[in-house]
Ligand binder design. Structure first.
Ligand SMILES: Cc1ncc(COP(=O)(O)O)c(C=O)c1O
Length: 459
């Protein structure tokens, strides 16, 4: 193994300490060069390179299928993960009253596509997923549930789930299973057939070190002919080059979900990324990413004042997140890391670190020692006014917060970064809500147990 040689494949590794692959990852020289060649070809008539382009497309499909342990015929290319999720949502024969369950802390795409089915009478409901998935699934009300959609790895906390247990649970209860795998594929082995899931969506631009604008969709083979095809075009059919056929005869494969010519430069770049990572060795890559997570978690535990977002050791992912100490200003913290050449994500007071296989232990040590030093810097402390209990510009008061509507309103404000002052009658619900909001969003939730209809309670 020659890590130095591998690092030289990636221009970013020569420029700074990039620990942010869960965002959008910079690509390698080889990927850029493949895209440049394909872009140059666009100066010539399409016919000249058409069959070559089709070859690139099918080769990329096979590489991806191999990575997911799927059949190539079960893979469709899309422009991103969100489009893949939307296609799934629009392909199912929903009935009014059907329910969809989604973890509350999902990335927005995996909430919005399901909420968008409201006009069909379909209800998208959220559940808390801060314990191991199998425990949580067992506690859910499954009446009228048609589909459950989860991220295999949570984009913010890095919590990873047992995809096999998820697939088995959904199969047992005759519920469709959908997995957003963009934060997982490329960091851990994923076997869609073994997991027995129905749908999986992902994209090239994070852990697969591919370009933006290239997503993919896996659909279990026997489901393909049963689904509605929401977007149709000349390439959706069995014989796309025969323009004289008057029947709409869908392709028997997932390509029926590809409605026209695709972005070949992006897919060609993706092919190059997959080939490069495959030749380096997936097992080697998975192992290095796991080792980085273990190392980072151990280092973070040694730094006083910060807590890991996901404390369970069993299912680690490529993402390690922690809460900043209350006295540290998140934006100033991020800026001070940038000065040291370190790139991570900070969202509110959560810091997300996501190194890839080519990052070194020295870089992780540099990061850990920088945060330790940074926490001592007085210039990064929140001012008295900000640190004090109330930050007037970021607080919202919600009356009736313990009711169904009140809870949803509180969570929606928390997602937008507001601290909450909640008023409600049920102290147990208030305490649970406080726990959920403070844990998941690192915000303050203060409450008052009162019924404002009773004037004697308002004093
Ligand atoms: C879990 C998850 N799903 C979906 C997306 C969105 O991906 P895309 O831009 O490919 O739709 C992201 C992006 O950060 C993500 O983290």
């Amino acid at each position: 193994m020659n890590l130095k040689k591998y690092r030289e494949l990636f221009p970013i590794s020569q420029k700074g300490c990039f620990l942010n692959h869960a965002a959008t990852a910079p690509v390698s020289y080889a990927t850029i060069n493949s895209m440049k060649v394909l872009c140059d070809q666009m100066q010539e008539p399409l016919g000249k390179h058409f069959y070559e382009s089709l070859g690139i497309l099918e080769h990329t499909r096979r590489l991806l299928a191999e990575l997911l342990s799927a059949n190539a015929g079960e893979i469709a290319f899309t422009s991103n993960t969100s489009t893949a999720l939307s296609l799934i949502a629009l392909s199912i024969d929903w009935k009014p009253g059907d329910r969809i369950l989604v973890p509350r802390n999902e990335f927005p795409s995996n909430r919005y596509v399901w909420q968008n089915l409201k006009s069909k009478g379909v209800k998208c409901e959220f559940f808390d997923l801060d314990h191991p998935l199998s425990e949580v699934l067992e506690s859910l009300d499954l009446s009228s549930v048609k589909l459950i959609s989860i991220s295999l790895v949570s984009y913010l906390s890095g919590q990873r789930h047992d995809i096999n247990a998820f697939g088995a649970f959904c199969r047992k209860h005759d519920i469709l299973s959908c997995v957003d795998a963009i934060q997982a594929v490329g960091t851990i082995p994923v076997d869609v057939h073994q997991a027995d899931i129905d749908f999986l969506a992902g994209g090239a631009q994070k852990w697969l070190l591919g370009p933006m604008g290239c997503g993919y969709l896996y659909i279990r083979k026997d489901l393909i002919p049963k689904l509605h095809v929401p977007l149709v075009g000349w390439t959706s059919v069995r014989y796309p080059e025969n323009f004289d056929l008057m029947q709409l005869d869908f392709s028997p494969e997932a390509t029926r979900f590809e409605p026209g010519l695709l972005n070949i430069a992006s897919i060609g770049g993706f092919k190059s990324s997959l080939e490069e990572l495959k030749s380096i060795g997936w097992e080697f890559i998975y192992q290095r990413i796991q080792n980085h997570s273990i190392f980072l978690r151990e280092g973070i535990k040694q730094i006083s004042g910060i807590t890991l977002k996901y404390p369970h050791e069993k299912y680690l992912s490529g993402i390690t997140s922690f809460d900043l100490p209350k006295h540290i200003h998140p934006k100033k913290f991020q800026a001070s890391l940038e000065k040291e050449g370190i790139t991570v994500t900070t969202r509110n007071s959560i810091v997300r670190v996501s190194p890839h296989f080519y990052n070194t232990q020295e870089e992780l040590i540099h990061f850990l020692s920088t945060i330790d030093k940074t926490f001592q810097k007085k210039s990064l402390f929140l001012t008295k006014e900000k640190k004090g209990k109330l930050q007037p510009d970021r607080w919202v008061l919600i009356n009736g917060v313990t009711g169904t509507l009140g809870k949803e309103i509180a969570l929606s404000f928390a997602q937008r970064g507001y601290n909450i002052l909640g008023i409600g009658r049920n102290q147990d619900i208030l305490k649970t809500l406080k726990n959920t909001i403070e844990k998941n969003y690192s915000l303050q939730f203060e409450f008052l147990t009162a019924d404002l209809k009773n004037s004697y309670e308002v004093s």
